[in-house]
Design a protein around this ligand. Structure first.
Ligand code: FES
Length: 122
């Protein structure tokens, strides 16, 4: 299967609770979508840069997620761990259309597999 690239529809705002998250598997990479309290959607690689904690299971506080394993704080806009911790994960450009449809922009660098959504509320 060819990797998905460009602007890809990945769901609707109504699929994600406020301050909740949703997991996607796209091009062999697990991605977490987070809905902030102001309905902004941010997307990052769903893997903590420390020891691989599942960030979509963490608590969202503003534009930051707390990793459920050892409480590192990851900035969802930059993908950077907040000091004193150091590390970085991939971030993805998102867009929410007027009707609530969520789009993710992919560059196709990760290799392909099936895509499948899964939900989780933080
Ligand atoms: S794995 Fe995320 S803080 Fe340790």
């Amino acid at each position: 299967m060819r990797p998905l690239t460009g602007k890809v529809r990945v769901g609707s705002l109504n699929d994600i609770d406020p301050q909740g998250s949703r997991r996607l598997n796209v091009n062999g990479l697990e991605i977490a979508l987070f809905r902030l309290s102001d309905d902004e959607i941010l997307a990052v690689e769903n893997r903590c840069p420390h020891k691989g904690g599942v960030l979509s299971e963490g608590m969202v506080c503003g534009p930051v997620v707390h990793c459920p394993l050892h409480d590192w704080r990851i900035d969802l806009r930059s993908g950077e761990a907040l000091a004193p911790d150091k590390g970085c994960i991939e971030t993805f450009e998102t867009e929410v259309a007027a009707d609530g449809t969520i789009f993710l922009t992919l560059d196709g660098s990760a290799q392909s597999s099936a895509a499948g959504p899964d939900s989780h509320s933080a």
